[in-house]
Design a protein around this ligand. Sequence first.
Ligand SMILES: Cc1ncc(COP(=O)(O)O)c(C=O)c1O
Length: 399
Amino acid sequence: MTASQPTVHPTAADLLAADALADVQYEHTDGVIDLTWGHPDPSALASEAVAEAAQSALATHGWQALTYGAPCGAAFTRAAIASLLTRTDTGSETAGVTADEVIVTAGSSGGLDLLLTLLARPGDVVVVEQPTYFLALRMFADHGVQVVGLDGDADGPSSADLQRKAEATSKQKNLFMYLVPTFANPTGRCLPTSRIDELLSVARSNSILVIEDDVYRDTAPAPPPSMWSRDRDVVVRLGSFSKSLAPGMRVGFITGGSDLITQIGACGLLDSGGGLNHFASMIVGELIGSGRFDEIAAAGKRRYTERCAALAEALDAKLFTFTIPAGGYFLWLALPEGVSSAGAVSAARAAGVLVSDGRPFLVDAPDAGHIRLSFSMLDVDLLREGATRLNRAIASLMP
Ligand SMILES: Cc1ncc(COP(=O)(O)O)c(C=O)c1O
């Protein structure tokens, strides 16, 4: 990596170049406080609970836990996820989620890739809020889908701009909107219901499929209702157990209308390989059914609330402008006037703290003037020390 490249954290290509035989994405460097990774704390990963649930899945389901799974996921797992969502996503008037509205995926990323494989053609268009999840942009590029940034304000993307962009898109192309409406990456903000409804109304009248990435729902005590719960036909929601349980399980889900679920379930990938991550998803189903998932998620919620508050409090309010989010993993800091994100990242690095450059989260802004800090991985003492180093580094850039 050169200093001039905008970085969030090392890319897969960097990691491969550094060590083709690495076991995991994250790499620790002694003495460096790394606020770039949106990963759960390694020391908090629930290995004992997962081991017990694995044994229980084998004892309960026997050979059925280890053979090819049903294409949309085991009925047992789908029902467990539906019951979880019925409790945690309380938005719709008919709040219940049913198992046939759920399909198991390899995380949210696997769900997005599956959707793009089945529904998008190269040259199709996806509109995104700005800033947005930078790795979704990589996946759109993998599928040759053109990304268009939406204008917006503090409440999120503008519905008027969505209408303009829909009118400017050829009717020959499929049009998608990708959003992280709940505890967004990188900002942590939730879209207000009024904005969600405006966007949904434009999406409905322009045949835009809304892809809702909902991976942070279980990181905070009081998540707002999903977009999907407000319109189950126009929206398809991607969920995940990566942020609440363990990303290495690679278990997530899609919730969608029954036609879409049937279409996905009939695809070649699931026909050939059966349901995705069948055994791991059964373990997740066991954890939900036994109540252990709720305990693990509740501990995470307490941890993230405490860490977010500690980091926010230790940052110098005279240097950074930011909103404290009610959930998610991130703080999105506006830098002082005249300080660029590239300058901030390299000054921070020199001071022994790694932060993410805001530029990769934007589609069409040359310099964000923002950096992202993740508070999920480190304990409060390290977060405070990281903030102290960052304060000093940015203060040194001031005239
Ligand atoms: C918005 C968003 N979507 C998806 C992911 C990846 O989720 P998963 O591990 O379920 O593929 C992340 C992880 O950082 C994320 O922030």
